[in-house]
Each structure stands twice: as structure tokens, then as C-alpha cells.
Design a protein around this ligand. Structure first.
Ligand code: FA5
Length: 342
């Protein structure tokens, strides 16, 4: 019992000196570890006279409890102190400081494309992909422009050595998409087009079109007018009127040029619309029966409309940019004025 009392006393003296977690662990091992002072006393119970065992057993247990409780309390205290210390020494963060991070923005073409896609998707259209390198068949033959037809000369084509070409129009994807659905479909397919043209403020050799097709039973020109009017009104956030004039494209019959009320003067007449009140926006028409047949769709059962929006020109109208060449220039001074934060 004397030894036990001494152990308790020693422990209390030693723990009072401890101020870090490593020494605390060493103290635990020294007293209640496998070969600790208190642990080694335990077997001695058996050597004692029976009448002393009970008292000794209770005392050794209470000393053990006291040691464990003291160790646990100090451990928690030291751990808390460590955390508070770390917090106190942390570099303060000033959340009011300006961040010197230059964020990019979406190209005006990209943000308008997303807007237009959203409008069409909300009307049940899917958004399809086209290729940039295309076969002569898809770009011309499959859309009813046979070899040696003068209509091929309307588009100055970049030919590749292997006989393929850089697509001159998004219409090059028509055949593939018509085959994919093989019947009713509503799809738009934006894409980059290439023509070997002389450049000016409204002509690029690399430009974008957004093409659309709707195929079903009994589709008429009024469906075409409805969807185009709806799309333009959403994009320009105002009611837009459109009108159709006859236009020739081998893949539509009848074919049209579609004009919209000038977004700058609201139709009154200004320099942008050359005082006509109208802006030429996009060629369109009812899909030619040959185009449907070439894609394996029966033109007696199905009809449809198609349009090919000159997308860069729409971006110019929306942004007020007066030269198409800015759009491919990478000129951040110009482009960042219209960018939508990504
Ligand atoms: C076509 O490309 C037809 N595939 C469009 C079409 C689709 C008609 C479906 C009917 C049905 P066009 O060559 O007119 O048509 O070009 C369409 C639009 O692309 C033009 O109105 C113009 O806005 C734009 N575009 C054409 N060439 C250029 C160019 N070099 N630079 C910028 N935009 C151009």
C-alpha cells in the first residue's frame, strides 16, 4: 500500500510538469503501459494475505482510474491548446483585398451560339455536330448539287489533296442527319465553314453558319416562318417581323431569302438596313424532294424545311460590330467588350 501511495504521489508530481503531448504519452507508458509502475503492481495481489486483497484491489483500481482520468484531461487540454496556437499563428486572410486574377470571357460568337441553341432546344430541337473536312458527296451531291452543275461555282471551295474538301456550308451535314433519324426530326447543326473568297467587312474565308431542319408529315412554309420568328424574337428580345423573298438553292424548293425587321431602327429605315427597314438574314426553304430521297426518306410521306443562318452576320447585328474580320482576329480589345463571363 505504501508503494501504491508513492506511485500516486510521483504521478501527480510528474504530470504537473508536463506541457506537451509526447511527454504525456511517455508518462502514460511509464505508469499504466505494459511494463508501467502500476501495471507491475497488479500481479502482487495474488501474493497478499486474503484479508488485504480487497482493500489493495480497490485502491489500485482507484489509482489507475485517477491516472487515466488525469491523462485524458491533460491530453484534451494540450490538443486544444495546439489548435488555438495554430489558429493564432495563421496568416490572416483579408477577404476584402482585390484579386489580381484576369478572367477570360466567352467569345461573342460562342455566347450567342449558346443562346440560340437554348432557344431551339426549348422548342424540341436537338443540337447535332458536323465535320469540318467533308466528302464532295455530302457537301454537294447529297444536297442536290450534281457534278458540273453551275451551282457548285457559287461557293469557292478549298479542295484537299485527297479529293475531300473543307465544308463550304453546314448543309453538308444534312444527308448524315436525315439518315440518322430516317423520318421525323427537329435538329440544328452549327458549324465552321470555309470558302476561298476575297475578304471584306462582311466576308471571311472562315465563318460560321447555324443550319436547321425540321422533317415531319405536312410541314409547310408557315412552320418555317413560325420557328424563325420565334428564334429571332428571343435573341433580340423584341418582336421581330420577317419576310420571305424568292431565292435559289438547289437543295430547297421553293427557296427563299429571309429578311427580318432591322434591329437598329425597328423597321423605320437607317444606314445599316440601307433605308429599307429590312435586314437580309438567312436563306431557307422547303427541303427538295431529291435531298430527302437521297437520304432514304420518302418525299411523298414526309416534307420539311431547312435554313442556313449566316451566324457571324447575326453576331455583328447583335454586337454592333461593323467588320466581320474582328471575329476571327483574336483582338482582345474588341472581343472582350462583348464577352459574357465564362
Ligand atoms: C448557303 O450556304 C446554304 N447552304 C444555306 C441554306 C441552307 C439555304 C438550307 C437553304 C436551306 P449561302 O451561300 O447564301 O447559303 O450562305 C448562307 C449564309 O452564310 C449567308 O447568308 C451569309 O450570311 C453567310 N456567309 C456566306 N458566305 C460567307 C462569308 N464568306 N463570310 C461570312 N458569312 C458568309
Amino acid at each position: 500500500m505504501e508503494e501504491l501511495k508513492q506511485i500516486k504521489k510521483d504521478f501527480e508530481n510528474e504530470i504537473a510538469e508536463i506541457n506537451d503531448i509526447h511527454n504525456l504519452e511517455a508518462l502514460r507508458v511509464a505508469y499504466i503501459g505494459k511494463k508501467g509502475k502500476l501495471t507491475l503492481l497488479m500481479p502482487k495481489i495474488k501474493e497478499m494475505p486474503v484479508e488485504q486483497r480487497k482493500e489493495f484491489g480497490q485502491t489500485i483500481n482507484s489509482v489507475k482510474n485517477l491516472i487515466e482520468t488525469n491523462l485524458q484531461e491533460l491530453k484534451e487540454k494540450l490538443e486544444n491548446e495546439k489548435i488555438l496556437n495554430e489558429i493564432a499563428n495563421e496568416q490572416p486572410i483579408d477577404i476584402t483585398l482585390p484579386l489580381n486574377i484576369k478572367k477570360g470571357s466567352l467569345h461573342p460568337r460562342t455566347s450567342l451560339q449558346k443562346e440560340i441553341e437554348d432557344v431551339f432546344v426549348s422548342m424540341g430541337f436537338s443540337v447535332e455536330d458536323g465535320y469540318e473536312v467533308e466528302t464532295e458527296y455530302n457537301n454537294f451531291d447529297a444536297v442536290n448539287v450534281p457534278k458540273n452543275h453551275p451551282a457548285r461555282d457559287m461557293q469557292d471551295t478549298f479542295w484537299l489533296d485527297n479529293g475531300q474538301l473543307l465544308k463550304t456550308q453546314t448543309s453538308a451535314a444534312q444527308n448524315r442527319i436525315l439518315r440518322k433519324y430516317n423520318g421525323p426530326l427537329k435538329a440544328i447543326f452549327p458549324g465552321r465553314c470555309f470558302r476561298n473568297e476575297a475578304l471584306d467587312h462582311s466576308h471571311e474565308n472562315t465563318f460560321f453558319q447555324i443550319e436547321g431542319m425540321l422533317v415531319d408529315k405536312n410541314v409547310s412554309v408557315s412552320n418555317l416562318i413560325y420557328f424563325m420568328k420565334k428564334m429571332l424574337s428571343e435573341v433580340f428580345k423584341t418582336d421581330i417581323n420577317i419576310r420571305l423573298r424568292p431565292g435559289f438553292f438547289p437543295f430547297v424548293e421553293p427557296g427563299f431569302e429571309m429578311d427580318a425587321t432591322c434591329t437598329f431602327c425597328g423597321g423605320k429605315g437607317c444606314s445599316t438596313c440601307k433605308n429599307s427597314g429590312w435586314l437580309e438574314l438567312c436563306p431557307c426553304g422547303m427541303i427538295h424532294p431529291n435531298v430527302l430521297s437521297l437520304a432514304g426518306i420518302n418525299p411523298n410521306e414526309y416534307s420539311g424545311f431547312a435554313f442556313g443562318l449566316g451566324f457571324d452576320r447575326l453576331v455583328m447585328l447583335k454586337t454592333g460590330l461593323d467588320d466581320i474580320r474582328y471575329l476571327n482576329s483574336g483582338n482582345l480589345k474588341v472581343l472582350s467588350q462583348f464577352g459574357v463571363k465564362a
